[in-house]
Design a protein around this ligand. Structure first.
Ligand code: KG4
Ligand code: ZN
Length: 339
């Protein structure tokens, strides 16, 4: 199964045989967006167009296969940036037509969940999934990743990674800010500043997230320091902000597991690379008797292997392929695993 991912700024091409990963080639346009402080859709689309064919060839080379060895093609149909998705879909349709192989248009979020099967084997059913990246923050109940993915909650404003990126910018750290905050926070005190925990009150929705109030609170705090002519304690701000984010993420994920009687939690998406999130999730899962699965960082960020993994899983489940006229769906609901 060849998988193509182009929903944001990574051109990913993965190749799997069943649950065995054969190749995971990624070309990122992240550097072209850095000076804008965020992903510019038109720049991303153009970069996908340029990277697509070379990345397909690199993946085949890495896997030691010819294109003619491919049995089926999976592609992210949504959600994501419309123009970026279109490039991947057009490429996938072209290869499927030229090779006369079936096409599977799949959901990006379900692919983030399914990728863990490449590393840790079959997903327990049901599993709980916390997906946190620059584009999404969702809590999903997953009875069966091929056919039954149920959204429990998501962010009502910024995604978790987006909050990391915005706070990093405020602190003068480069884009994307997550890894820089993570690093700065190691020198700081996570309890130094009591930043707010969004949507954590007794009457708030249990499984939804909000990070824009936190971002504003950090901005106000930093501005007040600057106005007073004082130096901004970057490490303490980074650590306290990070603590507020991961506290809420892990508390809600563990609560969702407990309230739904689910014993396995999976965390995916770029923010899953965060060292404090991984550590606190482990501590809280251990004390709640929940097994934690987090794929290695390269499989957490956007990649083609996750799309190939889900494609292979759909074939194994005996589901029919998509038709050749499927559209890019930038707002594809998470309940639609396969178009
Ligand atoms: O999954 P991903 O590569 O792309 C999207 O689909 O968005 O996630 C990128 C996001 C960025 O916001 C980045 O700042 C964040 O993941 N990120 C991190 C860390 N590494 C990447 N956030 C916190 N800590 C990290 N170590
Ligand atoms: Zn993603």
């Amino acid at each position: 199964m060849l998988g193509i991912e182009t929903s944001c700024d990574e051109t990913g091409v993965g190749i799997v045989r069943g649950r065995t990963l054969l190749a995971d080639a990624v070309a990122s346009s992240v550097d072209s967006h850095a000076r804008f402080g965020g992903v510019v859709p038109e720049v991303a689309s153009r970069a996908h167009l340029e990277a697509m064919v070379p990345t397909i060839h690199r993946a085949c080379e890495d896997a030691g296969i010819a294109l003619s060895d491919v049995d089926a093609i999976a592609v992210t149909a949504g959600p994501g940036l419309a123009g970026a998705l279109l490039v991947g879909l057009a490429a996938a349709k072209a290869y499927a037509t030229a090779l006369d192989k079936p096409l599977y248009g799949v959901n990006h979020l379900a692919a983030h969940v399914c990728v863990d099967e490449l590393e840790h084997g079959p997903l327990p059913e049901p599993a709980m999934a916390l997906l946190v990246s620059g584009g999404h923050s969702s809590l999903l109940l997953v009875p069966d990743v091929a056919t039954d993915v149920r959204p429990l909650g998501s962010t009502v404003d910024d995604a978790a990674g987006e909050a990391f990126d915005k706070v990093a910018r405020l602190l003068g750290l480069p884009f994307p800010g997550g890894p820089h905050i993570d690093r700065a926070a190691r020198e700081g005190d996570g309890t130094a500043i009591a930043f707010p925990r969004g949507l954590s009150g007794p009457r708030d929705p249990a499984y939804d997230f909000s990070f824009s109030g936190l971002k504003t609170a950090v901005a106000r705090w930093v501005e007040a320091k600057q106005r007073a002519g004082a130096e901004v304690p970057v490490a303490d701000v980074a650590a306290s902000f990070q603590e507020a984010v991961v506290d809420v993420l892990t508390a809600k994920a563990v609560r969702a597991c407990r309230e739904h009687g689910v014993g396995d939690l999976l965390i995916g998406g770029g923010v899953a690379a965060n060292s404090r999130l991984r550590a606190l999730a482990q501590t809280r899962c251990d004390s709640a008797g929940i097994r934690l699965r987090v794929p290695r960082p390269k499989l957490c960020t956007d990649n083609g292997a996750m799309v190939a993994a889900l494609g292979a899983r759909l074939v194994a489940a005996g589901l029919p392929p998509s038709t050749m006229d499927i559209p890019a769906d930038s707002a594809m609901p998470v309940t639609e695993v396969l178009v």
